[in-house]
Design a protein around this ligand. Structure first.
Ligand code: SAM
Length: 241
């Protein structure tokens, strides 16, 4: 996979692309990441990429010409382009999975008051990472890159992404590590039992209970597997006793 980021601040990505799992995936050739400096496409002497909004108002708006020239310099037939925008479709794990199947994704990062609205129709999608406003799209693009790259084959141990929160419509069960007793706070006995079927049952139960408590919206939408249904019925039976 190839990821191209269009930004005014490529220097913000230095640590991100050289550290931990992301750094290793790039080094191992699982993904290639390149940056396009939008300012390089400005025509005037001062390399302006933004101007005042028509109709008045605060701040500066990023101009069509440098942004679209930058975009067109990297777009190919296989590219999937996304504009980072608080007014976009809200990003999800399902979207990360879908993007991990693409050959080339382009992430267009705004700054200031955002983009001239005529740019919107030149990208495949506007994407928001949540209902809040960031200074620029760089952090949003890193969120997308991180969540996609870790799903690529070879980036992390196979199978370890499949049981995680949001993968199957539920939040992940609680995890523990050594020591089994930390200053009197003990790990649930079942996890030390070595009884795999019972551990699986406990984990599914915790996953269902946690999702219902923390994210009732997700719980409502979730279609339980027959196994989850069996465990959920058991929980309800216990509650009624
Ligand atoms: N004036 C814009 C509005 O009210 O919708 C906000 C512009 S914001 C200050 C500047 C840039 O940050 C945006 O163009 C976008 O690229 C990025 N950005 C801000 N919040 C974002 C979010 N929640 N998701 C994705 N990108 C975001």
């Amino acid at each position: 996979m190839r990821i191209t980021v269009l930004t005014l601040f490529p220097e913000m990505y230095q640590d991100f692309i050289s550290t931990s799992i992301i750094g290793r995936a790039i080094k191992n050739g699982i993904v290639s990441v390149d940056f396009v400096q939008i300012r390089d496409f400005a025509h005037d002497h001062y390399k302006h990429v933004d101007d005042k909004p028509f109709g008045g108002g605060y701040g500066q708006v990023m101009k069509c010409q440098p942004v679209l020239d930058a975009l067109n310099s990297v777009k190919t037939e296989v590219s999937y382009s996304m504009m980072m925008s608080p007014a976009g479709n809200v990003y999800t794990q399902a979207k990360a999975r879908a993007l991990s199947q693409k050959d080339h994704i382009i992430l267009l990062c705004g700054h200031y008051e955002g983009f001239d609205a005529r740019i919107n129709k030149h990208v495949d999608e506007l994407v928001s990472i949540g209902d809040y406003v960031l200074t620029g799209g760089e952090m949003a693009s890193m969120v997308i890159m991180d969540s996609v790259i870790r799903l690529l084959e070879g980036a992390i141990r196979q199978g370890s992404t499949e049981e995680e929160s949001h993968e199957n419509g539920l939040l992940e069960y609680p995890q523990y590590t050594q020591p089994a007793d930390y200053q009197g706070d003990k790990v649930p006995d079942i996890l030390l039992s070595g009884h795999h079927a019972k551990i699986q049952e406990w984990r599914t139960k915790q996953s269902l209970l946690l999702t219902k408590q923390v994210r009732p919206d997700m719980f409502e939408k979730h279609t339980m597997t027959p196994y989850e249904k069996k465990i959920w019925d058991k929980i309800q039976q216990e509650e009624n006793e």
